[in-house]
Design a protein around this ligand. Structure first.
Ligand SMILES: [Zn+2]
Length: 261
């Protein structure tokens, strides 16, 4: 049976000398497909087999893994391969997508739309890549059932107007009263930062305006999301280590270009 689907490549693994096994994210979820000969430079499947490429894929589904028969490329998102930092961010969000999004046909179409929207923003440099990474982390945590409601105390449910406190043992933010029951101080997270986190988690990427958050808020969210991912979703990703060491080399700044924003 041959069927057509729109998809974006979220993982590509060499298979033998010339083939590639792709993980395609479709509007109904992930599926694996073999792109035969895709690693030959002249292959008509080469462009559509690159990470973050998007197109219409004609797939033959036999008894085993699907075979890519044809690709009509919509975009290869070349910008994501031309800048080292963007390539590292792209690899990271793709790895998160591989983990967070369910196999076809179980995933909601919103996962595909959110991810495509995120990659477009990353490629267009319309928002700082570090902020986009936080948006995607917040969404993936929610997909994995590892995100609390960030605008309320996880213990008593009280919303806050001032400050919440992140305690890793609590798995979310606590109000001042509840946090006294936990050992050691939590990290203060402003009500504004908590609202941002909740929006990152719930608002579709296409409906987000330009995302304006300060460097300090971004750092707080980075620290918090990183702990929440490792403690509650068991995520420790190779692509994240690559990204971290790259950012470290650049003095912790996401990229030189962003200084002027
Ligand atoms: Zn409370």
């Amino acid at each position: 049976m041959v069927f057509n689907t729109e998809a974006v490549v979220i993982r590509t693994v060499a298979y033998g000398e010339t083939h590639a096994v792709l993980t395609l994210l479709t509007p109904s979820g992930k599926l694996a497909a073999m792109a035969r000969g895709a690693k030959k430079p002249q292959s008509r499947l080469a462009a559509g087999s690159q990470l973050c490429a998007q197109g219409m894929y004609a797939l033959y589904q036999g008894r085993g893994m699907a075979d890519v028969r044809q690709v009509e490329v919509i975009t290869t998102r070349r910008a994501l391969r031309e800048r080292l930092d963007l390539a590292a961010y792209a690899a990271y969000v793709c790895e998160l997508a591989c983990i967070g999004i369910e196999d076809a046909p179980s995933a909601p179409a919103s996962a595909f739309q959110d991810f495509v929207g995120l990659l477009d923003r990353l490629a267009n440099a319309s928002d700082p890549p570090a902020v986009l990474a936080r948006v995607w982390e917040a969404k993936v945590l929610r997909m994995l059932g590892a995100a609390p409601v960030w605008t309320r105390c996880v213990e008593c449910g009280a919303p806050w107007t001032d400050t919440g406190w992140y305690h890793v043992q609590a798995g979310g933010l606590l109000c001042a009263a509840c946090q006294t029951r936990y050992r050691g101080p939590g990290w203060p997270v402003s009500a504004a930062a908590a609202r941002v986190l909740e929006q990152f988690s719930r608002v579709p990427v296409q409906r987000m305006g330009r995302i304006a958050i300060g460097d300090e808020t971004c750092r707080v969210l980075d620290r918090l999301l990183r702990l929440q991912m490792s403690e509650y979703a068991g995520l420790s990703l190779r692509s994240r280590s690559v990204l971290d060491s790259l950012l470290d080399v650049n003095g912790g700044m996401p990229s030189v270009d962003e200084e002027g924003e």
